[in-house]
Write a protein that binds this ligand. Structure first.
Ligand SMILES: Nc1ncnc2c1ncn2[C@@H]1O[C@H](COP(=O)(O)OP(=O)(O)O)[C@@H](O)[C@H]1O
Ligand SMILES: [Mg+2]
Length: 221
């Protein structure tokens, strides 16, 4: 089953001579439960593509269907709900809330949606990511790798349709990158999550079931 279907997707920024064709006609399907890596040179359109899958950017043209929902048919308000329920974002800079403990950060998306945490699932995530003794700490007390593990837990907790990770290991050394990407792969697999990860690191891309290579806003052959 396909969880994401994209057809002739385009995103152009600016106009006239300064127009940038960031994504320029991409069609693809992503299978549910699989780990897909998106690779390509800086500026090839990876982030723009991912942000359209997550309902963060509105396409110039084309369609994005996630979990059966055509995003172009949604209002701003519906898109906000879509992002909250269907997408787990993992960014390079974690985006944890500094004033909240690690536990509060992980449960934060559920609070936004007024849903109750599944205690058993929470425990499983915490165990898998080795966060047990960090729960009452604040983000600044953790290493970069620790903060990113918390961000992964936060992405998993809502059981989203897709986890979208944009260079989640971009600021780490080689060893930490391997650890964090390995944990991301391991936890998404364990919880049958679909993972789409942008990476510069071809070694990490090899962890994926499938690699999509972008070049100048298109899929490279
Ligand atoms: N908000 C924006 N406004 C104008 N140009 C943008 C914007 N976002 C990205 N671009 C341009 O679109 C192209 C693709 O960018 P991006 O998707 O960020 O690439 P990647 O993530 O592969 O490095 C680049 O030329 C970039 O400068
Ligand atoms: Mg990028």
């Amino acid at each position: 089953m396909d969880i994401v279907t994209i057809h002739n997707l385009k995103k152009y920024f600016g106009r006239g001579a300064r127009q940038v064709k960031a994504v320029d006609g991409i069609s693809l399907s992503i299978e549910k439960g699989k780990f897909t890596a998106i690779v390509g040179a800086s500026g090839s359109g990876k982030t723009t593509l991912l942000n359209m899958m997550g309902g963060l950017y509105e396409p110039t043209e084309g369609t994005v269907i996630v979990d059966g929902v055509d995003l172009s048919g949604l209002t701003e308000e519906q898109l906000t709900v879509f992002r909250r329920r269907k997408v787990g974002f993992v960014f390079q800079d974690y985006n944890l809330v500094p004033e909240l403990t690690i536990k509060e950060n992980i449960l934060f998306p559920l609070g936004l949606d007024d849903s109750q945490p599944d205690e058993v699932f929470f425990e499983e995530i915490i165990r898998a990511l080795g966060l047990r003794d960090k729960l009452e700490q604040y983000p600044y007390m953790l290493s970069g790798g620790g903060q990113q593990r918390a961000a992964i837990a936060r992405a998993l907790i809502t059981k989203p349709a897709v986890i979208l990770a944009d260079e989640p290991t971009g600021s780490f050394d080689a060893k930490t990158s391997q650890n964090v990407a390995g944990l991301l792969k391991m936890t998404t697999e364990a919880f049958h999550q679909t993972l789409i990860m942008i990476t510069h690191n071809l070694e990490l891309a090899q962890l994926a079931d499938r690699v999509i290579r972008l070049q100048d806003g298109r899929i490279a052959v």
